[in-house]
Design a protein around this ligand. Structure first.
Ligand code: TXA
Ligand code: MG
Length: 321
């Protein structure tokens, strides 16, 4: 099992030695290694069972530091960085030669962000290199939002988890880049698009499709529980599965159902607050995945604000026909 603690110098010591450490961020926990070391980065891919065509985000302490690893920052993206870093925003920027190709899976751009967590910012400020860090889950499974989630799945493979408590955003960062003069959102995430548009004007959302190689890691099936995960109208789904006598669990935004036992249902936010729902999403999916139920039934959120990013995760998690 990994040690869980708040010891930044222990984390630094391991990272300096080329080992991996799980780090807290405001979005989800990361599985971090020295981004300038191809060997450390290769062990991230191996530990996560992640395909090598799926590039990694590098984490730095500040915008100033980010400039060491990119050749240019377009004006609008610079404005976003100034406004939202540290925070749940990742920028795709033309990469400098000092970033190994394995980090970007051979792409011309590198994904960069400044995470908003005091322990990790302090750690980053003490390191002589950026941290490459994907979410600290086995590839394809639900992302971790607490040290215990990381321990449960990668605890046998790493020696230290830096304990920053529960993630306060709970969804991965929003990924933004440019194509010609257009601002593109490649992954909906913890930073609401309307906040981005307020600053830089309209953006185009280009979520994954097989014809969009720009965000190769955004596979159609991802974030998946190990049980069948079905999305639809909950009243209909519940009456169908009640009729079949199945032991199911229910994930809703704000409803509770008298015909379902309390421990087999989770309302993400009884007050219908989408930010609160985002914070609880992954922990709730995990909890229901670990319950005795054999199927998980879920509903989509209103498609506004963070609801869009939550729906993106729910749809990718859903069992495909
Ligand atoms: O909130 C987050 O972004 C978390 C925390 C740990 O920072 N990290 C995270 O990393 O979600 P990961 O590896 O699970 O997801 C990163 C996504 C992948 O889908 C990958 O394809 C995309 O970012 N990405 C990374 N580098 C890219 C690049 N150079 N070009 C296009 N997409 C890239
Ligand atoms: Mg991930």
């Amino acid at each position: 099992m990994a040690d869980i603690g708040k010891d930044i110098s222990q984390a630094k010591h391991l990272l300096d030695a080329g080992e991996l450490v799980s780090i807290p961020t405001e979005t989800v926990y990361g599985l971090a290694g020295n981004a300038l070391s191809s060997v450390a980065v290769a062990s991230i891919f191996e530990t996560k069972d992640r395909p090598s065509f799926d590039p990694l985000i590098i984490h730095v302490a500040s915008l100033l530091e980010a400039k060491n690893y990119v050749t240019d920052i377009p004006v609008s993206l610079n404005a976003l960085a100034e406004r939202f870093w540290p925070g749940p925003l990742t920028l795709l920027l033309p990469k400098n030669n000092n970033i190994p190709d394995i980090v970007t899976a051979g792409l011309e751009r590198v994904a960069v962000r400044v995470p908003d967590h005091p322990l990790t910012l302090e750690l980053l400020s003490q390191l002589a290199y950026p941290l490459a860090a994907p979410s600290a889950n086995p590839f394809g499974y639900i992302s971790p939002t607490s040290p215990q989630h990381v321990q449960a799945q990668l605890g046998e493979k790493i020696s230290y988890i830096l304990d920053g408590g529960k993630c306060k955003v709970g969804l991965e960062s929003t990924i933004v880049g440019m194509e010609d003069d257009e601002i593109i959102v490649y992954r909906l995430g913890g930073l609401d698009i309307s906040e981005i548009e307020e600053l830089v004007g309209p953006v185009t959302v280009k979520s994954y499709s097989t014809s969009n190689p720009q965000a190769p890691g955004l596979l159609e099936t991802h974030y998946s529980p190990s049980k069948p995960f079905l999305i639809g109208d909950l009243d209909e789904l519940i009456s169908k599965y009640l009729g079949q006598g199945d032991d199911f669990a229910v994930l809703s935004l704000d409803k509770s159902f008298s015909v379902v036992s309390g421990r087999n249902q989770i309302a993400l936010s009884p007050n219908s607050d989408l930010k609160e729902a985002a914070t609880h999403l992954f922990a709730a999916m995990r909890k229901l995945d670990e319950s005795n139920a054999t199927i998980i039934l879920a509903e989509l959120m209103p498609d506004t604000g963070l609801g869009r990013a939550i729906n993106d995760r729910l749809k990718r998690a859903a069992t495909k026909e």
